[in-house]
Design a protein around this ligand. Structure first.
Ligand SMILES: [Zn+2]
Length: 94
C-alpha cells in the first residue's frame, strides 16, 4: 500500500497503528463469509458432514483474504480516517 495518494497526496496512514482497527472489520467480513458458505452448504449440499463445512469455510475465507484485507483497510480509512471522496476534485499540477 502506498504511503500517500499519488493524485491528491492524501496520507493513507493518518496515525501510527491506525489499521489495527481494520482487523475487527476484516473479522466481520470473514464472519459474513462463514455464515453465507455455511447456509449455502446446508441448503444446497443437503447438510453435509462437519469436515465439509470446515474445509469449505476455510477455503472460502482463504480465497477472499486479499479482498477482505484491502476492503477492511478502505472501510477503516473512510470510517475513521477523516477521508471523504470528492468527485469534483481536480488534482493540481505538481
Ligand atoms: Zn487521492
Amino acid at each position: 500500500m502506498p504511503e500517500a495518494c499519488q493524485v491528491c497526496a492524501q496520507a493513507f496512514e493518518p496515525e501510527v497503528g491506525f489499521y489495527w482497527g481494520a482487523m475487527y472489520i476484516s473479522y466481520g467480513f470473514s464472519t459474513v463469509i462463514v455464515a453465507i458458505v455455511g447456509v449455502m452448504l446446508y441448503f444446497l449440499a443437503n447438510d453435509p458432514e462437519v469436515w465439509v463445512y470446515v474445509v469449505a469455510v476455510a477455503a472460502a475465507v482463504l480465497l477472499f483474504t486479499p479482498l477482505m484485507f484491502r476492503y477492511a483497510r478502505a472501510v477503516m480509512l473512510y470510517a475513521f480516517g477523516g477521508t471523504r471522496y470528492d468527485a469534483g476534485y481536480a488534482p493540481r499540477a505538481m
